[in-house]
Write a protein that binds this ligand. Sequence first.
Ligand code: UT7
Length: 329
Amino acid sequence: MSIRTSQGPQFARIMSVGGSRGSRVVDNAEMCTMIDSSDEWIQQRTGIRERRWVADGETALSLGSAAARTAIERAGLEPNDIDAILVSTVSHYMQTPSMAAVIANELGMTAPAAVDLSAACAGFCYGVGMADSMVRTGSATYVLVLGVEVLSDYIDIKDRSTAFLFGDGAGAVVVGPSDSPAIGPTLWGSDPTQHEVITIDDWREERPDGEGPFLHMEGRQVFKWATTFIAGKAREALDAAQVSPEELDVFIPHQANNRITDSMLRHLKLPASVVVARDIVGMGNSSAASVPLAMEALLESGDATSGQTALMIGFGAGLVFAGQTVLLP
Ligand code: UT7
């Protein structure tokens, strides 16, 4: 006896992108009323000038739903055309139901496969890798991949080494079938020995002041990992797609720190013509949302155009990473 296995089209592509940002603009001057720092220090160390936080009434659900609606509409689809929704988030308050199920309900979807991923700042690129496989193996035709974060909820304002970094937003893409190659192999992996380098407090812990849970990060350790090991992985993601640095149009690394991006650029030896995402400057680090938000911003500004070749790489808590070379929607 043999069982039938699922089969899909040979290729998948990113069909569309949509984003939504917290509408409260917190510039470095305002940040420095909350922490002992300076605009100059923050800009020099990270490139950040301002970050976007949720305003009253905005939530992970509202940002995620808005980004999803835009991506679905730009793909020329209706919510019920989506077969599966993958949401990467570390800011959801509940273990269950998943944010994917809650967003699916908000969008009026009736029965999509719905699941959350916990891969922090690499989560969007994990999702694209999974969606690519799902489409090409025939387990879904259209997959909605979302990165959704409201990290301002987890900021310890007494910790000046992390408080200024993070932003709130959501980014979404629809992955669907393609006539030609448009998503290269996903390079992914982890260093589990560094699982304590970025953490969010255990929810069960009793905190005397009732504050938190908070995000904690050994910034220097992540910085070192990102500028050495991850820079090498970005190159492997390009090589795996058989794209040379000269053929690359756009580089969209996770928006963690402009100095990390600069270091990666030196390592990758990309030509000056490559457009580099610098969305962190006005957004801060929005973890799983940072790559799709940066992609949308480049396309909307005209700095990048549909059909161009882009290298994406995400890295963060776990420590985990994922990256791939794609054609822009
Ligand atoms: O998204 C997930 C992945 N995350 C990342 O990739 C983040 C990676 N890490 C980083 O981006 C950087 O480590 C940070 C931006 C978080 C920090 O920058 P840094 O250059 O690594 O600073 P540092 O932690 O080495 O601190 C340097 C100095 C210290 O003073 P001393 O010990 O040299 O006297 C800190 O006390 O800067 C001091 N410092 C600050 N000064 C002014 C730390 N935070 C601040 C601050 N303002 N906000």
